[in-house]
Design a protein around this ligand. Structure first.
Ligand code: ADP
Ligand code: ZN
Ligand code: MG
Length: 479
């Protein structure tokens, strides 16, 4: 490989506070245009912002959960620029004293662990939204400005340029999403723009220590777009460099329809923004005690939970990783084993039939028709030997479309496993009598031939014969 890819992400995460960051307006998504506005978030003259304490709390929790140092003295700054969605002509953000910095999260890609450092986390307000009459600003006769989103609190989470592939960037973004979900500070709905990333990509000669010139792609709001955009941009830059050209430091947009990045504008520098301290807001001073209290209030985080699931329940690192990556999944797992179900079976069923059914219907775990309690009870029936795991698949399918409990389904459909030796023996004798060839094969030394006989017995019993007993009886009878 001639070039090494270098990637840094700036993630914007919308916080799930009830009200905006500097006023009492509601933050709700999808309301009629310009109904969640007031003189403060519209930037009318003579008004004063007041910081929402919940935003500070959420930002500090996010910092603690990502191993950051919390700055006990932090302040807001004005980032000046002009755009119609920014009624004040400046965004209240943070510049030199962010609320949190110097953190890290661990990711793993294909079983390889890697640490990605966080440069900083700061608080800022979101801008409004332009709503075009056409599809883009260029082909529109007119555009509305919707200020409902103006002043919705955001965290900007900036990473160091520590990632070196699209897969790593994705794993990092997934980890941030997972942590924000666990600490319950954001809805993290990427399709609603709660979580979006600016991606910085550069190449450098393999082995070089110096960073190459980067381009930036803004507002990527799906994992697929994130990977596609990076892969495209890496290839594009490599071609430019191969041709002896230079990368222009610029902001590009990702066009998912055309599957390419397009130059948007030259990259602005910090001094273009004329950052200045925000005079209308006092500095944010936090005591060590407050920080400690917030640290203690944090729930168990995904990495710790993953480790616990491998240690306490013997789950594989892979399974535990998938189950704990999403908080609703992890809680579902806990609820299944709270019924007394075997944890490994619980994990298998979640990663197997449950995941398959959810994927097929494009449902999330929160929308599953088979709740944790019923899955747990069904696993209990397997453990007791009432049903075999094969029959359990039928029970699971039935639960998917019916509210009945597994026991009732087993009874109604007559699925109880046959464990009566006499009853199975009769079927076994019958199968042996009717399958002389397989019997001869087996006796002739082809031990695998027993599989066909087991299959016949299972079929004759409609899958209800206890497979262990069937195997045992067949082996005995065939000597
Ligand atoms: P700005 O905010 O002005 O775009 P920053 O210096 O804050 O610039 O960096 C933004 C992001 O770009 C960070 O996530 C950082 O890790 C990343 N980054 C900086 N330099 C490079 C580079 N040469 N290649 C790839 N990513 C980079
Ligand atoms: Zn307001
Ligand atoms: Mg930055």
């Amino acid at each position: 490989m001639k070039y090494e890819t270098v990637i840094g992400l700036e993630i914007h995460c919308e916080l799930k506070t009830a009200t905006k960051i500097f006023c009492g307006c509601a933050t709700g998504f999808g309301a009629e245009q310009n109904t969640h506005v007031c003189p403060v978030c519209l930037g009318l003259p003579g008004v004063l912002p007041v910081v929402n304490r919940r935003v500070v709390e959420f930002a500090i929790k996010a910092g603690l959960a990502t191993n950051c140092t919390i700055n006990q003295y932090s302040k807001f700054d004005r980032k000046n620029y002009y755009y119609p969605d920014l009624p004040k002509n400046f965004q209240t953000s943070q510049y030199d004293l962010p609320i949190a910095e110097h953190g890290f999260v661990d990711i793993d890609v294909d079983g390889r662990k890697k640490r990605v450092r966080l440069t900083r986390i700061h608080m800022e307000e979101d801008a409004g939204k332009l709503v075009h009459s056409g599809t883009t600003i260029n082909d529109s006769a007119s555009s509305n400005v919707d200020y409902n989103r103006t002043g919705v609190p955001l965290l900007e989470i900036a990473s160091e340029p520590d990632m070196s592939s699209a897969a790593e960037a994705r794993a990092y973004m997934e980890k941030i999403k997972s942590i924000m979900e666990y600490i319950d500070v954001s809805n993290c709905r990427m399709e609603q723009g709660n979580l979006r990333a600016d991606i910085n990509v550069s190449l450098r000669p393999a082995g070089s220590k110096e960073l190459g010139t980067r381009t930036e792609m803004k507002n990527i709001n799906s994992f697929k777009a994130l990977e596609d955009a990076i892969n495209y941009e890496v290839e594009r830059q490599a071609e430019v460099l191969d041709d002896g050209g230079h990368i222009v430091q610029e902001t590009r947009t990702w066009d998912p329809e055309r599957g390419m990045t397009l130059s948007m504008r030259s990259k602005e520098e910090a001094h273009d923004y004329r950052y200045m301290p925000e005079p209308d807001l006092p500095p944010i001073v936090t005591t060590a005690e407050e920080i400690e209290a917030w640290r203690k209030s944090l729930p168990e985080l995904p990495d710790a939970r993953r480790e616990r699931l491998t240690k306490d329940y013997g789950l594989s690192d892979y399974d535990a990783g998938i189950i704990t990556a999403s908080r609703p999944m992890a809680e579902y797992f806990d609820a299944v084993i709270a019924t007394g179900a075997d944890p490994k079976l619980a994990a298998n069923w979640m990663m197997g039939d449950l995941a398959k059914h959810l994927n097929a219907e494009d449902k999330t775990i929160e929308e599953t028709p088979v709740d944790a309690k019923r899955l747990g009870e069904m696993i209990g029936l397997i453990a007791k030997g009432t049903i075999s795991s094969k029959i359990a698949k039928q029970v699971f399918d039935a639960m998917w479309t019916s509210p009945d409990g597994p026991e009732k389904i087993v009874k109604d459909k007559g699925l109880v496993q046959i464990t009566d030796t006499k009853e199975i023996e009769a079927i076994v004798d019958d199968v042996i009598a009717k399958n002389q060839k397989a019997v001869d094969d087996y006796k002739g030394g082809n031990k695998k031939a027993i599989g066909a006989l087991v299959g016949q017995v299972m079929k004759a019993s409609k899958g209800k014969a206890n497979p262990q007993l069937v195997n045992k009886l067949l082996a005995e009878k065939l000597g």
